[in-house]
Write a protein that binds this ligand. Structure first.
Ligand code: OAD
Length: 235
């Protein structure tokens, strides 16, 4: 991080993709696109019914390729002109990248990738013509493959890198997350003392006594427009 630009670190959750037509998790009473979250997003659920889990992520991929980045994703990409922007997202969609953000860390995996069942470091990208996988899908090396999703009950391999990035932030912005899933929610505790924090969410959760938090109680794109004008005034 050798640059003269201030470091702006974003922690995004499902709410940033709402305006692109992708539903959040907990706004729908624990259902994610009509499935109980733990059936389709946990290691136990995957063991119990791998067919269902593959089918669920196949559906999500077909939905994702039709979705487009929204203004919130675009504003974050544009902020790279003035800031070193690091996006740490809990989302498995690729809308930040498609909007032009260049540094995106996916804490919970990526929908458009699959990984080896036996070797978590062996990952392949899916192409748009071959979005569907089953429990018998094999990768180019011959391994059985699974969705590249960090399920509940599994470790989050990128959390240490994310914590380091947050600890170097000059400004930290949390957008569209209910702050209930750990360790992602704990990133708030990794900021250096005195760092300004903004939390954009129409229905914000408690930030548990963390200092310097300005809550912007708005949807992602409207809230980000407000943040940009706050940052402009502070220059
Ligand atoms: P949640 O569904 O828990 O929370 C979504 C948040 O988005 C809520 O706080 C809403 O108020 C907010 N929201 C709704 N509409 C919004 C809008 N237009 N603009 C901004 N915010 C809006 O989603 P996450 O916190 O992202 O993990 O969930 C965390 C993890 O739980 C996910 O990554 C996923 C899930 O199980 C895995 O799949 C491993």
């Amino acid at each position: 991080m050798n640059s003269t630009k201030p470091i702006l670190v974003i922690s995004s959750g499902a709410g940033i993709s709402t305006e692109s037509g992708i539903r959040t998790f907990r706004d729908a009473d624990g259902l994610w696109e009509n499935y109980p979250v733990m059936d389709v997003a946990s290691a136990d659920g995957f063991r119990r019914n791998p067919e269902l889990v593959h089918q669920f992520y196949n559906e999500r991929r077909h939905q994702l390729i039709k979705a487009k980045p929204n203004d919130a994703h675009r504003i974050l990409a544009e902020l790279e002109k003035d800031y070193d922007v690091y996006v740490i997202t809990q989302n498995v969609d690729d809308l930040h990248e498609r909007a032009g953000s260049s540094r995106v860390l996916h804490l919970h995996g990526e929908l458009m990738k699959i990984r080896s069942v036996s070797d978590p470091d062996y990952i392949e990208s899916l192409d748009i013509e071959h979005l569907d996988t089953t429990p018998s899908t094999r990768g180019k090396r011959g391994d059985l493959m699974r969705p590249h999703i960090v399920f509940f009950q599994e470790p989050v391999p990128l959390i240490e890198e994310a914590a380091r990035i947050v600890s170097e932030a000059d400004i930290f912005v949390v957008i569209g997350t209910s702050l209930v899933v750990y360790p992602a929610a704990g990133l708030l505790q990794c900021v250096r003392p005195g760092t300004p924090i903004y939390y954009i969410d129409p229905n914000p959760a408690s930030t548990g006594g963390v200092a310097n938090v300005t809550v912007i109680k708005k949807g992602a794109s409207e809230g980000l427009r407000e943040l940009v004008s706050i940052l402009e005034k502070g220059k």
